[in-house]
Design a protein around this ligand. Structure first.
Ligand code: EPZ
Length: 420
């Protein structure tokens, strides 16, 4: 089992290149199933979840050609399977995103029911209710969601009572081949959904309202091939900015999109950091200053992203002052606080809020994480702490951060991967 060994106390300093967005690459890969012609995808991140999704597409009969730096051609012309097996779905919940494309193109789909995970129960009821509104019959049998749409899907007006990223993505993909018009109301507006919609339109879909909470889709008969480059990962971007801020260092993150994380940049400025940005880069200088504690309340985009909550929790542990960190999206996403307290942090949990009182220093310790972003927050805590931290179960990290130890070594961190 791999672990990360970190000796903290070194301010990060340098430049790094941001990888393609995991949470954009996954729905875009799934959407390639809608197209009976090859699509070329660029800037895919080298991540376990991306290779799992590519494996799943292969399992469904798509022909995949992986080229230089993971530029990938997906040819789903001969895709002929409509069952997403348990063995693959159990390793990656995002497999549920093939349901919309399979239903839309083939009129049927069977996907192993995705279980919950450490951060919450992760239901998919809104996905399924939306498919039913579009004329699909849904049943749950033997741990599988079975969906059929005899005669194909038809357009519908769908109001999603909870803002759901995956639900919006699944229903958007289903709607592009449905007969007639679909309106998705209270749709999620995350940049990853904008990226997916742009990809779908590049294949000939007719989507209006991109970037808004109301998406209007005119169904088309068939899509055509295209070439598309996945957006940069805004959460990876925010994670490295916070790591540099927490360690009293400076950083320039390149090949990113400064317009996709306004709420995060605002919180870094509120914490006392100077930021500059250009078309595709952001730089932060801490000047060795100690962060000021900042209150966080997660919310759907354009609010503060839940995927950056744990990283700011780490920043707040050594900040001057105290702050409240409230998680409103997932019911169990404050779990990393217990490990941080083992490193000397002072965090008290009250319901869905953590009250963090900054301390002068953290002390390294063996820790383990239970989800991707919690793992990243413990790496940040380890970079800040005095002494040695060993982060266990880093398979979580490998799902969402490409070459994390190499990128941090490039920034001067004393970090290496060990296997015991
Ligand atoms: C996506 O998950 C992301 N994953 C998550 O990133 C991210 O945290 C989340 O959106 C919120 O931004 C991918 O894009 C692969 P949701 P998703 O549906 O789609 C409830 C990471 O670390 N809900 O927006 O599963 C749900 O319980 C991961 O990269 C329903 O009730 O999130 C939650 O409380 C973690 N019924 C809320 O909506 C449904 O049918 C938001 O979930 C669907 C969701």
């Amino acid at each position: 089992m791999d672990k990360l060994l970190i000796r903290g106390g070194t301010p990060l300093d340098g430049d790094i290149r941001i990888s393609g967005s995991k949470n954009s690459a996954l729905p875009i890969l799934a959407a390639s199933l809608l197209c009976p012609a090859p699509v070329q995808l660029h800037n895919l991140p080298h991540l376990h979840d991306v290779t799992t999704m590519i494996d799943l597409l292969g399992c469904l009969g798509a022909d995949i050609t992986v080229g230089h730096n993971l530029s990938t051609e997906i040819d789903a012309a001969n895709a002929n399977q409509t069952i997403a097996p348990y063995e693959l779905v159990k390793t990656m919940r995002a497999s549920i995103l093939v349901m919309g494309p399979l239903l839309a193109r083939f009129g049927q789909a069977e996907v192993s029911f995705p279980g919950g995970c450490a951060i919450g129960s992760r239901p998919v009821d809104l996905h399924l209710r939306g498919f039913e509104a579009m004329g699909a019959d849904i049943s749950i049998e033997g741990g599988y969601i079975k969906a059929r749409a005899e005669g194909g899907l038809r357009g519908a007006n769908i109001f999603m009572e909870t803002v759901t990223v995956g639900g919006t993505e699944n229903l958007l993909m289903a709607a592009v081949l449905a007969q007639g018009e679909t309106v998705l109301e209270n749709a999620a507006m995350e940049p990853e959904i904008v990226d997916l919609a742009r990809f779908l339109n590049a294949m000939g879909a007719k989507i209006e309202g991109i970037g808004s909470a109301t998406l209007r889709i005119q169904g088309v008969n068939e899509l055509h091939g295209c070439e598309y480059s996945v957006m940069p990962d805004r959460i990876e971007t925010g994670t490295y900015l916070v790591a540099a801020a927490a360690t009293g260092g400076s950083i320039k993150v390149k090949h990113t999109d400064p317009n996709s994380l306004d709420a995060v940049l605002a919180k870094l400025r509120e914490s006392g950091f100077e930021l500059q940005s250009g078309d595709d880069w952001i730089s932060l200088q801490s000047g060795g200053r100690r962060p000021k504690a900042v209150g966080i309340k997660t919310a759907p985009f354009p609010g503060f992203p839940t995927d950056m909550q744990a990283q700011f929790m780490a920043l707040n542990t050594i900040a001057s002052g105290s702050a409240r960190v409230t998680e409103t999206i997932f019911e169990n996403r404050l779990i990393q606080t217990h490990e941080m307290n083992r490193m000397g942090a002072n965090i008290v949990i009250e319901g869905n809020t953590a009250i963090v009182t900054g301390v002068e220093k953290l002390t390294g310790a063996p820790v383990m994480a239970s989800d991707l972003r919690a793992s990243a927050s413990l790496v940040i805590a380890g970079l800040v702490a005095q002494g040695e931290t060993i982060v266990d179960r880093i398979y979580h990290i490998d799902r969402g951060y490409e070459c994390i130890e190499e990128k941090l070594q490039q920034l001067g961190a004393d970090i290496r991967r060990i296997t015991d």
